[in-house]
Design a protein around this ligand. Sequence first.
Ligand code: NAP
Length: 449
Amino acid sequence: MASPALVAVIGSGPAGIYAAEALVKQTDGDVRVDVFDRLPTPYGLVRYGVAPDHKSIKSIAKYLQRVLENPAVRFFGCVELGRDVSRTELLDCYDAVIYSTGAMVDRQLRIPGEELPGSIAATDFVNWYCGHPDAADHSFDLSVEEVAVIGVGNVAVDVVRILAKTAGELRETDVPEQVIEALSASRVKRVHMIGRRGPAQAKFTTKEARELGELPNASIHVSPEDMDLDPASAELAGSDRKVGGNIKALSAWTGEPAAGRPRHIDVRFWRAPAEIIGSDRVEGLKLERTRLDETGRVIGTGEFETLPVGLVMRSVGYQSVPLDGVPFDERSYTVPNEGGRITGPDGDPVPREYVAGWIKRGPSGVVGTNKSDAAETVRNLLEDLEGAETNPKRTIEELLESRGLPVVTYEDWLRLDAAEIALAESLDRGERVKLARWEAMTSACRGRE
Ligand code: NAP
């Protein structure tokens, strides 16, 4: 192994930055880590996935910042794997490469009407309110009065909460100005959150669910029949802390909803989406009633109902996308690996290539889960590099320079960071207001208004 070892990390979300941190810690700094991102901004889902009103989770960025400021770590923004540098070129420049590109694409429902205008992937809506540059020009028809959010995971809870809050409640957050304007004009009155299984099978966590019941401008209701628990679910509610907590939180919403609030949330269980209805845009959502069979599998009962919604937000999970030349399992949408070591079709490890985060294990866990996940990958990487003959053939600087790429450095990002903080001050809005358009972001990186 060359000393110091040279490692490239692809993706500057929590998994990538925790991997950089583990590399520095586990080698006592005898390493050089280059962290790449296709965006000019670091922090991945902490910046573009964590909801704007979840300030304490967002503050993880401060911890991640310290890693990027370690002298052994460099940030290369606006460099995209596959577009600007190839996998083989990276392997020419580094002793090892860690892919931590996350899971940024929405899973499909595969039901009729899914492609209708007004049927929206939650990822698009989340990207939009989080100020992701790919979604800056998206628009959502918030002139409708009823919206369905499919799925009962934490992303669905975030989406429901943002739809149910007033723009005024979000003014102190970092959402872009155009998002505040669009939300101010929202005419949404009723949001349905729909689970295809029962309350004991909901994926959301109790703390997140409770926040829906604490919204000052929205009432909430769950029908008592939807809270009926089969014996197995009742047992689970007694033995599993999260399930028990969720049932308690949900049970508090079975009574008469608070009166006089401008918005209302209906949480509905035992309903699977069957069809999104409409001729040239969403006009309704057809749901089939469900139950669990004796094996715990969800099955349809043949009873249908239609909700008169004008927007459907599909929040049924994320999935990773394959990276050119890197093995990919099309069933689990992850890169096959053992402890972060990528494995090839023969099951043997692929030399010098590793994964961390959601592309390694699928979209699960909280931000902090990525820390131990990345540390495991790094332990295995360093064990493999010990005594290995690796001689990078060229330098990344030479390669990027030869392409004339407008790379964003960490110092460039700090200028954009400062511009967002200044914008918040000028608008009298919280600590930061995000710049969402590519042009505005890259201009700010160069120190131009
Ligand atoms: P998730 O937790 O996997 O939830 C996905 C939901 O979609 C489940 O309710 C699932 O139901 C449902 N679903 C899947 N396929 C469906 C179908 N065909 N029809 C109807 N419903 C379907 O995924 P997520 O909400 O995207 O969250 C991803 C990860 O990020 C999770 O680990 C989550 O905790 C984390 N996250 C955390 C926070 C936070 O801590 N505040 C915030 C956001 C996200 P089934 O269970 O029946 O499959």
